[in-house]
Write a protein that binds this ligand. Sequence first.
Ligand code: ADP
Length: 219
Amino acid sequence: MKIVSAANLKKYYGTEPNLTKALDGVSLEIEAGEFAAIVGSSGSGKTTLLNMLGALDRPDSGTVTIDGSELTAMNEEERTVFRRRKIGFVFQNYNLVPILSVYENIVLPLELDGQPPQADWISQVIDALGLTEKADAMPNTLSGGQQQRVAIARAARPSLLLADEPTGNLDSKTGQDVMRLMLETSRQYQQTILLITHNDQIARMADRVFHLEDGRIRL
Ligand code: ADP
């Protein structure tokens, strides 16, 4: 089953003579359960692509279908609700809410969605990510690796996980630990992963690698 399907995505910034074709006709498909990586040099369009697939931004043209729903046909409010339910994000800078505890950060997407947090599920995910003793801690008291584990726990529920350089701010040993936990979590919760990376070692672990170059997928 295809969970991600993008057809002929285009996103241009600026106007001639300063036109940037951030995405210039990208099509891709990802099967449910796959671990796919996007690689490419800086400026090749990786983040722009992830933002389109995650409904954080809209393409100028082309379509994005996630789990059978066409994102590009939704209005702003529909996309927000869809994103909250269906897509988990892990960013390089963790993006935790600084005034909320570890526990509160993890349950935030559920609360925003009006769903009662299920205590069993939450304690299981907190435990799986080695955060039991940190549940009441504030993000600024955690190391980078711990903060990223909170971000992974927060993103563990949706079926699609989009990650933008998740180990980019971590030393290599911590980065490896975080990747291992992310892959374990994704298997446990049957998630599909699409991840941007500059790290060859991580890209080699992926089931599939998309190479972006000047806004296009290199075949
Ligand atoms: P990558 O993630 O591969 O480094 P990006 O997707 O961030 O690449 O950017 C692709 C191209 O689009 C770059 O040339 C970048 O400068 C340009 N770009 C991205 N976002 C914007 C924006 N909001 N306004 C203008 N140009 C942008």
